[in-house]
Design a protein around this ligand. Structure first.
Ligand code: BGC
Ligand code: NOJ
Length: 814
């Protein structure tokens, strides 16, 4: 069953039933100020870092789920009835409920006893604030006296501390109130120079800043005592739990509409200008007041919304496609690209499944995410690359994560994930292919953020490659370290203590366990690096990389081959993982997908055999599972992978992140039908009809869909922040549609379904607009290209040298 529908023209998903199986969320903000918002207005906001600069509270793992949010209440001041137009938190039965999740905004509205109300939430470009535009219309035949309330609960900044350190935090809360504006200034008196504010466009008929005064003791957000009473109490928070709540009284004629604007924001003062007058404890509001005043004006809010709309129009226009498949079109043109931007902004930090506390920006994650967003925000991709590379260690190794606020490697998790360094090569190569900006390689970049240790970025790539050569195992395959892409294949962990981190506990020396997946990644990244070296005029160096790559390919085909498919790894005892000799975990997706993607075994039939068996043993109607048979018990020598019950997560779940490797593998074998079939099985839009089973948002990918061994086979979890976004985008755009960036130009090499008559696409690439039209004349993948009417040799369209800004590319497939 469906809970809404796609409105592709407006780039919105419209939810028409509030009680979706899980909160279906969206993101507000695309620069520094962010929020998550569910279809019933749940969620929270933060500035840059979801852990360290959390503005508002949200209760994960609570009942009812999705509590804490940007809650608006309406109260009929005659009947005394009150409700929330967003359904939560009061959960009244509403008429015409709809939630429109769009590009960087969400509008939630409904009607109740003849009062129509709708709130549009968004973050203006260039500002550290969010706007809630509440519109209330009286659809009754008589006048209506209505109170409108806007409310939020402040978080005391550090979300971790806020949720644990009550003996202190119940004492520190402080606010200031001026007409229409509540300032949250906890800890401003000491070491913080930032504060939050919650403002309202109408002069208050009342406000509250102490949670207990607003809600009443032993009450929840579903039944605030002050809303019920119809009068906020003008409470001032001293300690406990500061909130922001405003009340506005409306007297609406029949048909009359009023708009109220709420602004929630974050502001910093310079350290020596914190107080006004100096020496007092009062916030200096000189620089914040004009900002607040500006956005409380509805016309200014509308103008900011229009700029946001144009920003997304422009961002998404870089690649637009028209194929015979609606699900492909809307994911590529709208939602998958949008999700890639969310993963760029958030990495894996804040979603309904990621608490914003535990994980910063992953080295592997953020580098590979580049594949999905580099074309939309190349300048910011450049900055991201330099930030990531600055956390690299001299050994070539990398911190697994870094904190976005400090841009420093995160010591809690450390390094030693032996695939990490290669993703830097993959990311940088994707950036240069997109932009042609070779200068990035000469940027001075430190190791571990140490001033004075700077070397050109290119040297970092060299060390990334070297890192594996310095860490080869008994078969000549790469040692796995703490884990490779599969964070849960912990072959050196041997953990028997509850609560120990599988990722950071390492009981073994790590000199035996090897990863065939890293071998595939090494081959892939090594070729990219060799291409870069060649174009930098380093022919000898390039050949040496290719020689190492060839050696690794040979070793992989010899010691990483199981007869019909690629092995996954060797464990600490030197025993095979992912082999027909194993009782469980006989075949894995990662090594097969990635080795074929990297081109290993294409010439001798091994790639074809690997893909055929991957399909035979791992493919299901809901996507391809990680491995088979699932691990039925915990194995000390395998680690977290076997901690999950069969069918979930890395233990034979459908990891949507790695399915694209098989899609790409199939395109390398020329199998467009199968590649697109695999693509469609996990395409969220194509799964919209089975919303009851899938349960997550139908407009974005989830990390995982429960595998065939799970009782809930087909159920998705962990939507939004996942490498799935970038890899699916990359697979469909660059390999199935075949509009591929290369160092020399745009390659056009579609491997599409036989039944497609073709497709058209528009791609802005290095400042030139390419209008691409592909037509099928025969069933194969051979392509003949003409550029502005003239046939060209090969598949790469090189950038025009005569200043043309638009180029027409026609491709005939036969
Ligand atoms: C999850 C992995 C994730 C890892 C990150 C594990 O519990 O299963 O998917 O990458 O945690 O720390
Ligand atoms: C999620 C992590 O973010 C990603 O880096 C990892 O590769 C997968 N889990 C698989 O374990």
């Amino acid at each position: 069953m469906k809970y809404g529908y796609f409105d592709d023209r407006n780039r919105e998903y419209v939810i028409t039933q509030p009680d979706t199986p899980l909160p279906w969320i969206n993101y507000l903000g695309c620069e520094a100020y962010f929020g998550i918002i569910s279809n019933t207005a749940g969620g929270y906001s933060f500035y840059r870092d979801a852990r360290l600069r959390r503005l508002t509270r949200y209760r994960y793992n609570n009942v009812p789920m999705d509590s804490g949010g940007r809650y608006v209440y309406l109260r009929d001041d005659e009947s005394k009835e009150f409700w929330s137009p967003s359904w939560q938190p009061t959960r009244n039965e509403l008429k015409d409920y709809s939630c429109r999740h769009g590009m960087g905004y969400t509008t939630i509205g409904s009607s109740y006893s003849g009062i129509e109300a709708s709130t549009r939430y968004f973050v203006p470009l260039g500002e550290n604030l969010e706007i809630w535009q509440l519109t209330v219309t009286n659809r009754r035949a008589t006048r209506a006296k209505v109170s409108a309330f806007g409310s939020i609960e402040f978080c005391l900044w550090d979300a971790q501390d806020d949720a644990t350190n009550f003996q202190r935090n119940f004492n520190t809360g402080q606010v200031e109130v001026e007409p229409g504006v509540i300032y949250h200034k906890t800890e401003y008196r000491e070491r913080r120079n930032h504060f939050a504010y919650f403002a309202c466009s109408e002069l208050d008929a009342g406000f509250d800043t102490q949670r207990e005064a607003f809600l009443g003791a032993y009450r929840g957000w579903d039944k605030p005592a002050a809303v019920e009473a119809g009068q906020l109490t003008n409470s001032i928070a001293h300690g406990w739990s500061p909130i922001g709540a405003h009340q506005v009284k409306l007297d609406l004629a029949p048909g009359e509409t009023r708009q109220i604007v709420f602004v929630l924001g974050y502001h910093e003062n310079s350290v020596d200008q914190k107080f006004d007058p100096p020496g007092s404890q009062i916030i200096n509001k000189t620089t914040v007041k004009p900002v607040i005043a500006k956005y409380l004006v509805a016309a200014q809010a509308d103008a900011a919304f229009e700029s946001l709309r144009q920003y997304w129009e422009k961002t998404l226009s870089v690649f637009q496609v028209n194929t015979p498949d609606v699900h492909t079109n809307r994911m590529v043109n709208i939602w998958n690209a949008y999700q890639c931007m969310a993963t760029f902004n958030m990495s894996r930090s804040a979603s309904f499944f990621e608490s914003g506390i535990g994980r910063g920006l992953g080295f592997r994650d953020s580098n590979q995410d580049l594949l999905g967003f580099v074309h939309m925000v190349p300048a910011r991709a450049r900055e991201r690359i330099l930030d990531l590379a600055s956390t690299q260690l001299r050994t070539g190794g990398a911190y697994h994560q870094y904190q976005p606020l400090t841009k420093r490697g995160n010591n809690d998790i450390g390094g030693g994930f032996n695939d990490d360094p290669h993703w830097l090569i993959v990311g940088v190569s994707a950036y240069i292919k997109e932009t042609g900006d070779w200068s990035i390689l000469d940027e001075p970049v430190p190791f571990d953020n140490e001033p004075g240790s700077e070397v050109p970025l290119y040297e970092h790539l060299r060390r990334s490659f070297r890192y594996t050569l310095d860490r080869l195992g008994p078969h000549g395959l790469p040692l796995i370290g703490r884990a490779d892409w599969n964070d849960c294949l912990n072959l050196n962990c041997f953990s028997d203590t509850p609560g120990q981190s599988f990722q950071t506990t390492t009981n073994k020396e790590g000199k035996v366990a090897e990863s065939v997946f890293i071998a595939g990644l090494f081959v892939f990244a090594g070729r990219e690096l060799a291409d870069i070296a060649t174009r930098r005029g380093l022919a000898e160096e390039s050949s040496s990389y290719l020689a190492e790559v060839a050696k690794m390919e040979k070793v992989t085909l010899e010691h990483g081959w199981d007869g019909e498919w690629f092995l996954r790894a060797y464990d600490d005892f030197g025993a095979k993982i992912g082999s027909k000799e194993c009782e469980e975990g006989k075949i894995f997706i990662e090594s097969n997908g990635f080795c074929v993607l990297a081109g290993i075994g294409l010439d001798d039939g091994k790639a074809a055999s690997a893909m055929a068996n991957t399909g035979k043993y791992l493919a299901t109607q809901h996507g391809l599972v990680v491995q088979q048979p699932a691990y039925s018990q915990y194995y000390l020598n395998l680690g977290e992978i076997s901690s999950y019950p069969p069918g979930y997560k890395e233990n034979a779940g459908i990891f949507c992140h790695v399915n694209p490797w098989v899609m790409i593998g199939e395109t390398r074998l020329g199998h467009g039908d199968l590649a697109h079939d695999y693509y469609s099985r996990i395409n969220p839009s194509a799964r919209e009809e089975i919303g009851d089973l899938h349960r997550c948002e139908p407009y974005v990918y989830a990390q995982m869909i429960a595998g065939k061994d799970a009782p809930t086979f087909g159920e998705a979890k962990n939507s939004w922040l996942t490498g799935t976004a970038a890899w699916n985008y990359y697979a469909i755009v660059q390999w199935i549609l075949g509009v591929r960036t290369t160092l020399d130009g745009l390659e056009i090499a579609p491997v599409i379904p036989k039944s497609w008559p073709g497709f058209t696409a528009t791609r802005t690439f290095r400042g030139v607009v390419y209008k691409i039209a592909i037509e099928r004349e025969g069933e194969g993948n051979h392509i003949a290209l003409t550029v502005d009417g003239a046939p060209i040799e090969g598949k790469v369209v090189t950038p025009p040298t005569d200043g043309r800004k638009e180029v027409s590319v026609k491709g005939i497939l036969s």
